[in-house]
Design a protein around this ligand. Sequence first.
Ligand code: SF4
Length: 380
Amino acid sequence: MSFRTSSDGKGSLLEHSLHTRGITRREFLQFCTALAAALALPATYGERIARALEARTEKLPVIWLEFQDCAGCSESFTRAYRTSAAQVVLDLISLEYHETLMAPSGKQAEAAREALVERGGYLLVVEGSVPRKEFCTIGGKSAEEILAETAKNAAAIVAVGTCAAFGGLPQAHPNPTQAKGVMEIIRDKPVINLPGCPVNGENITAVIVHFLTFGELPATDEHKRPLFLYGALIHDNCPRRGHFDRGEFVREWGDEGHKKGWCLYKMGCRGPVTFANCPLIMWNDSTSWPIGSGHPCLGCTEPGFWDRGEGFYYPVKIQEVAPPAYYPSSIVRPGKQPDATSYTISGAVVGAAAGAAAAWALLKNRPSEEKRSAEESKEA
Ligand code: SF4
């Protein structure tokens, strides 16, 4: 395909960005095709996405509000650098208001926000939970007032991070500020939630591309999370899943199983009940992620995760899922000690029927705690 140039001959926004960043059109098309695949669209949509982005002659204005937050989601977004082509997408937006990043402050900044609200047609991003009015005021207005005022002419609203989506840490018991997620306050506008503590910056980029391409927010689940990003359980894409299916668990920090990369279920991993794409896109330029680093998933993309159980490292707190009651036997060739990868692959393949199906069946038919303890003593 070819890219349009503007009538003044200077090239489109996209063309300028590609040129500035030294990215070839082929690389950009590959990026768009990968995005189409992530959106579960046919590969031909890659070109449609590229054309939609290329057709833009004006940047999409973005207002980014922060309420009860730690700015971790802003940090995550500004450090999103998985592909240089993804940065091109960020060249197509104009971050007009962001309390942490913008140069203006005080009345000047608030006047700029109010002027943009009057013009309308912007994307509103909200980070942090929204407290009751007496707990947060900016420029003499409460957080709730600022949110309502800024939401009124927004084309769409994106709640980034678990605090903005579900209330997060500020909403944890006893919720002293009576914090709420955005969707509990704004009910007459399309709101999409990108939970995570923090949100993965790549997911913000993907939603922006969807909005720029199709002019609307993507399909969501019952918690308003986009299905193309939060449609699968971490457990189902976890590279340690084979170990779960084979009953190979870390039982203590630093034990043999931990060193070998076994399953972290018994250390409190919430991957079996958490929907997110962490195993697929990971973090820090796709170099690693919590489970990859030997730490259990904390379930930070789920509503109310701070209030679940008595702590993060108690395996019995996951009531809905249990490992299979029976495990496939290990096949080890004489003189060969399988490594973590071969354990995972063989576990996934051999245990696919017995393990995965049993794990799913046990969602409804979980063995008693006594029975599991007896089995564990037998294994030991
Ligand atoms: S329980 Fe956690 S570590 Fe184990 S396979 Fe599932 S997601 Fe991975």
